[in-house]
Design a protein around this ligand. Structure first.
Ligand code: CTP
Ligand code: MG
Length: 181
C-alpha cells in the first residue's frame, strides 16, 4: 500500500471514532453517568460524562459509519485507493469505544485528584483511540485486523493526537468548549 493509501485509510477508518466525543461536547448536559456518586471522596466520573452525551455521541458515530459505507465506492475512486466499508458492528465498536475510552480517562483523572476539566497530557489525546481500537477489535476482530494493518495503526497513533489537539483548540476558540484540551 502506498504511503498516501495508508494515511487516507487511517483517517477514513477512524472517522466514526473521531466524531462521538465532539458530538458529546455539543449535546452534553443532563444526568451524569455516575449519578453524582463518589469513590474515595471524589466523583466516580464527574459531571462532564453524561448519559445524553454518551448515547447521542455513540449514535452519531454509528450513523456516520453507515453513511461512509454508502459513499465508499465514490470516495475510493476519488482518492485512488480502495477504502474499507464499515459493518454496523464495527461502526458501533469504534463509536462506543471512543466514548468508553474518554470515560475511562475521566475515571483515572478523578482517582488521581484531577478536577473536571483538568488536563492530563497524553491521556486526553489517546484515550479515545485506545478505547475505539480495543472495542472494535473485540466486536469485529476480523474487520479490525484487515483494516488496521501495522502501518495504518502507526499512522493512527501519530496522527490522531495531532487532529485531537487541532479540533479541541478550534472548539475552544469557537466557544464550544471550556478548555482547549
Ligand atoms: N460530554 C458528555 N458526555 C460524555 C463526554 C463529554 O456529556 N461522555 C460533554 C460534557 O458536557 C463535557 C464536554 O462534553 O463537559 C467536554 O468533554 P470532556 O472534555 O471529555 O469533559 P470534561 O468536562 O473536561 O470532564 P473530564 O475532566 O472528566 O474530562
Ligand atoms: Mg476535558
Amino acid at each position: 500500500m502506498s504511503m498516501l493509501g495508508v494515511v487516507v485509510t487511517a483517517v477514513w477508518a477512524m472517522l466514526p471514532a473521531y466524531v462521538p466525543n465532539n458530538v458529546a461536547v455539543l449535546v452534553g448536559g443532563g444526568k451524569p453517568i455516575d449519578g453524582g456518586q463518589t469513590l474515595g471522596g471524589r466523583r466516580v466520573l464527574g459531571d462532564g460524562k453524561t448519559r445524553r452525551g454518551t448515547v447521542v455521541g455513540t449514535a452519531a458515530g454509528l450513523a456516520l459509519a453507515l453513511l461512509l459505507s454508502d459513499i465508499t465506492p465514490a470516495m475510493s475512486s476519488l482518492v485512488g485507493h480502495q477504502l474499507p466499508t464499515f459493518p454496523p458492528v464495527a461502526g458501533l465498536g469504534l463509536a462506543f469505544g471512543a466514548m468508553l475510552g474518554d470515560i475511562a480517562a475521566s475515571f483515572l483523572k478523578r482517582r488521581t485528584g484531577r478536577e473536571r476539566g483538568a488536563a492530563f497530557p497524553g491521556l486526553d489525546q489517546l484515550d479515545f483511540v485506545v478505547g475505539a481500537l480495543a472495542c472494535v477489535w473485540v466486536l469485529a476482530p476480523g474487520w479490525t485486523e484487515m483494516t488496521f494493518t501495522t502501518p495504518v495503526l502507526v499512522v493512527v497513533l501519530v496522527l490522531t493526537p495531532l487532529l485531537h489537539v487541532l479540533t479541541n483548540v478550534a472548539a475552544y476558540a469557537g466557544g464550544l468548549k471550556d478548555e482547549p484540551w
